[in-house]
Design a protein around this ligand. Structure first.
Ligand SMILES: NC(=O)c1ccc[n+]([C@@H]2O[C@H](COP(=O)([O-])OP(=O)(O)OC[C@H]3O[C@@H](n4cnc5c(N)ncnc54)[C@H](O)[C@@H]3O)[C@@H](O)[C@H]2O)c1
Length: 274
């Protein structure tokens, strides 16, 4: 077991990549803290994860024999973020891994000069500030332990631009900057910080992912064909699977990557090499 004795907190764990990461971490022996807003957020034009989906992730993790703590939290809410980290430490006594995964794909789909103040602020507050809030709440615990691994789930949108997604692209580039700056601050204190940049991930049934469909909706792409359209953009001609991203986060969470910090790992079928 590569993560035996470790405790991992995963945000956005109700479904999608968060579920895939949580189950993969549990399969390697980590106890998990599963955090999600578990409800819709005004201004986000598609349904977010639900409490029953979060419970389902918990069940899938428990099947691996690990302990699970479920927490409802909106990563925009500083008070709740601090409470979740305190609850995790109270329950398990330590916190070794943070997977900063919670995120939204929309409101998007407009050119930059037509984005509203409200839509811009919402995107940045969840996808960038939310990740910083989680990191800043967890880091003191890890610094006190002189051990920890933080993984920020960015995107190929953290490496290149996409038309009509300025807010998302800005937030995901910001996550790369946060990763590098935090890695330098925390390296002497034995805490590692890395980023993972997935390409287009298939909305796989078992994780009930929604992001590719939400991006397709924002761009007005035909719902029935959207997976083929996104796959055609990747040099491998295939969408990334949630398990591909999860396996990378397990490696970054584990001591196998102990000399890896400040790194940006792409899992994108070669998309960003072009
Ligand atoms: N799916 C892809 O193709 C893809 C590609 C690159 C990067 N990503 C990134 O991966 C992460 C997960 O995406 P996904 O595809 O699993 O999406 P998803 O919509 O299926 O899942 C996202 C989860 O985050 C939760 N969430 C949203 N806002 C929240 C908030 N304010 N507080 C707490 N939880 C919140 C949702 O409830 C949901 O359960 C995101 O950061 C996304 O930007 C996804």
């Amino acid at each position: 077991m590569r993560l035996d004795q470790k405790v991992a907190l995963v945000t956005g764990a109700a479904r999608g990549l968060g579920r895939a990461c949580a189950v993969a971490l549990a399969a390697e022996g980590a106890d998990v803290v599963l955090a999600d807003v578990a409800g819709d957020v005004p201004g986000v034009p598609y349904p977010l994860g639900t409490a029953s989906q979060l419970e389902h992730t918990a069940r899938l993790c428990r099947e691996h024999g690990v302990s699970v703590l479920v927490q409802q939290v909106d990563v925009r809410d500083r008070v709740r973020v601090d409470e979740v980290v305190a609850a995790a430490v109270e329950r398990f006594g330590h916190l070794d891994v943070l997977i900063n995964n919670a995120g939204i794909a929309a409101p998007s789909g407009r050119p930059v000069h037509e984005v509203t103040e409200a839509d811009w602020s919402l995107m940045l507050d969840i996808n960038l500030n939310g990740a910083w809030r989680m990191l800043s709440a967890v880091a003191p615990v890890m610094v006190a332990q002189r051990a920890g691994s933080i993984v920020n789930i960015s995107s190929t949108a953290g490496l290149v631009g996409y038309r009509n997604f300025a807010g998302y692209v800005t937030a995901k580039h910001g996550l790369i900057g946060l990763t590098k700056a935090a890695a330098l601050d925390l390296a002497p204190l034995k805490v590692r910080v890395n980023a993972v940049c997935p390409g287009s991930v298939r909305d796989s049934d078992w994780v009930e992912g929604r992001m590719l469909a939400a991006i397709a909706d924002s761009l007005g792409i035909d719902a029935a064909e959207h997976e083929q359209i996104f796959a055609a953009e990747q040099p491998t001609n295939a969408l990334v699977e949630p398990e591909d991203v999860a396996a990378t986060t397990v490696w970054l969470a584990s001591d196998e990557s102990r000399q890896v910090t400040g790194s940006v790992v792409t899992v994108d079928g070669g998309f960003s090499t072009r």
